[in-house]
Structures are given as C-alpha cells and as structure tokens.
Design a binder for this molecule. Structure first.
Ligand SMILES: NC(=O)CC[C@H](N)C(=O)O
Length: 309
C-alpha cells in the first residue's frame, strides 16, 4: 500500500470517476445561496497532488466551482500567521456537533464560537484579519495566499455568487451581531459579513484546490507558507471540525483531515502523501458533498491512506 505508483493511482481515480458517473442519488445543490442552487448535481471532478510533483485528475477537475467554506482553512492559516495563539481567545477548538450555521452553541458559549470552521467561528476569524484593514485588503491577501499556495495566478472571486450570498445573509449576520453583543466582533457586522461572503465566493478547480492544499500535506514541492507545527494543528482542526456535525462520520469513513464547502467541494489531506480535491455539487443533509465524501472514502480504502493506519 505504501508506494502506489502514479499510474496505479490514476487508475483508482478513473475507477472513482466512472463509479460516480453512474450514481443517481447525488443530493441537492445548496439552494439557500440561489446562485449555487443553479449548479447541476451531475458534475464530478477529482484531483490529487503527489510528493513527486505530479498532479493526477479525473472527471471535471478543471472546471471552476465555488469553494465556499473550504476558504476557512486558508483564512485560518492567515489569521494564525498574523495573530498567533491570541486568535484562540476569540474562537475555540472543539467540534460543535451542530449544523454549520447553528446559533445554538454560540449562546451557550457566550459568543465564543466552538471552532474556526463553523460559520460563527469563520466569521470571527475573518473579523480578526479585517481589523485595521479594508475588505479589499483582506480579500487581496487571501487571493495572494491561494495563488502562491497553488502556484497559479488564475484564481478569482465570483462576484455574482458573493452578491447572491450577501443578499441572503440573514443568518450569518445574526451570528455576527450575536458575537458583537458579547464583545467578540471588532468591525461593523455588515463589513465583516460582506468580506466573508466574498471569501466564500472564491472559485477554483479541483486541480487548483489540490495544489493549494500541498502545504498542508507537507509535499516537497509546496511553498512554505506555514510552519510544520501550525500545519499539524490546522490538520487536527480539519479532522475534528472540517465537516461540521458529520466530522466524526468523515473521520470514520475516510480517516483524513478534510474540509467541505456548500459548493460541493472537499479538500482532504493525506499527510506526506497527497493533497486531494473533489467536487460534486449535490449535498447531503449536513451540507457536505454526498458524492465527494463517497469518492474520498473509496480513495482512502483503495490507497490505505487513512491517518489511522
Ligand atoms: N458550509 C459552507 O460552505 C457554508 C458557507 C456559506 N458561505 C455560508 O456561510 O453559509
């Protein structure tokens, strides 16, 4: 299992794409962001970056999609770089066991979100990196980070998706205002939420996303954006919190740190071995890509890459 050749891995990816093309139970695209609701659930793509520098792909791996909450991994990396451990005064490191947009635990925990990957936590992270800056500066920094991480300048924000989410951001605004009521917001809620909606509207392909995740997998070709100690911690949070109230299920089925988004993307990290991105827009009841999680499960089984041995 240790040394699957790129050719053997390519045939696994081809098998996965062929199996997923047959599936009829694909889930529904997120409709609470109208622009995402228009995307067909028929799409499927997967890409994988290896330590030798190869990128393997199958299906629609060069089609752009909305990365949505996968952006939270990158804003967390930026925030930890900027604030260090002070960030943990504003956001916790525990799985929430609740939906990604839940407000329940926020009241219980006096305005300190459980972790940086649920919406409330990601909004607090964005608010932290926005302090003293303008939204355009933060978004430019995020795009810069992603472009360096992926080694690809052609990464942008889909303004139509951002506007579509912004026009329906009542729940996220409520989360921000609730944190403000507890003194855990530094900027006007509208400014932080506007920035957050734009960060979620970054569009990337599976190839770009897998390449952007190489630094988390510690691949030799990856740019050194974050220290190994911090990478370990980001991976720990992805494993425990990256799929919201399905994080335990993803760890059980796949056994890799992963982060999902309601655009249907998942970024998963096999430390030292691969950075993997998959996209299929149909979601399950927890808001995670249904076929994306299945594809990751298939891949982990076929490669033996689970971090649990
Ligand atoms: N799980 C997600 O991808 C959620 C992100 C989305 N932009 C939201 O805030 O609702």
């Amino acid at each position: 299992m240790e040394s699957l050749s790129p050719a053997a891995l390519q045939s696994i990816l081809d098998d996965i794409a062929a199996a997923m093309a047959q599936r009829s139970d694909r889930g529904q695209p997120a409709s609470y962001i109208p622009e995402l609701g228009r995307v067909s659930p028929q799409h499927f793509g997967i890409a994988l970056c290896l330590p030798g520098g190869q990128t393997l792909l199958a299906g629609e791996a060069t089609t752009r999609f909305s990365i949505q909450s996968i952006s939270k991994v990158f804003t967390l990396a930026i925030a930890l770089g900027r604030l260090g451990d002070d960030l943990w005064q504003r956001v916790g490191r525990e799985p929430s066991g609740a939906a990604f947009n839940s407000i329940v635990s926020l009241e219980h925990d006096q305005g300190i979100p459980r972790n940086p990957f649920i919406n409330a936590g990601a909004i607090a992270v964005t608010d932290a990196i926005l302090e003293g800056l303008q939204p355009r500066d933060v978004l430019a920094e995020l795009l810069r980070f992603l472009r360096v991480a992926a080694g690809d300048e052609d990464i942008h924000i889909d303004k139509t998706v951002a506007a579509s989410e912004r026009a329906h951001a009542h729940r996220n605004t409520a989360l921000a205002e609730f944190m403000a009521a507890h003194g855990n917001l530094r900027n006007p809620a509208a400014l932080t939420i506007g920035t957050y909606c734009h960060q979620c509207a970054v569009e990337m392909t599976c190839v770009q996303l897998a390449r952007a995740g190489r630094f988390l997998a510690g691949l030799p070709a990856a740019p050194r954006l974050v220290s190994p100690a911090r990478v370990r911690r980001i991976n720990a949070l992805m494993l425990t919190c990256g799929h919201y109230d399905a994080s335990g299920d993803f760890a059980y089925r796949v056994g890799l740190p992963g982060k999902s988004g309601v655009g249907g993307g998942i970024l998963a990290i096999a430390p030292g071995r691969a950075s993997i991105a998959v996209w299929s827009p149909g979601l399950d009841a927890q808001g995670n890509s249904r076929l994306g999680a299945e594809a990751m499960e298939h891949l982990a089984r076929a490669t033996g890459w689970s971090v649990f041995g």
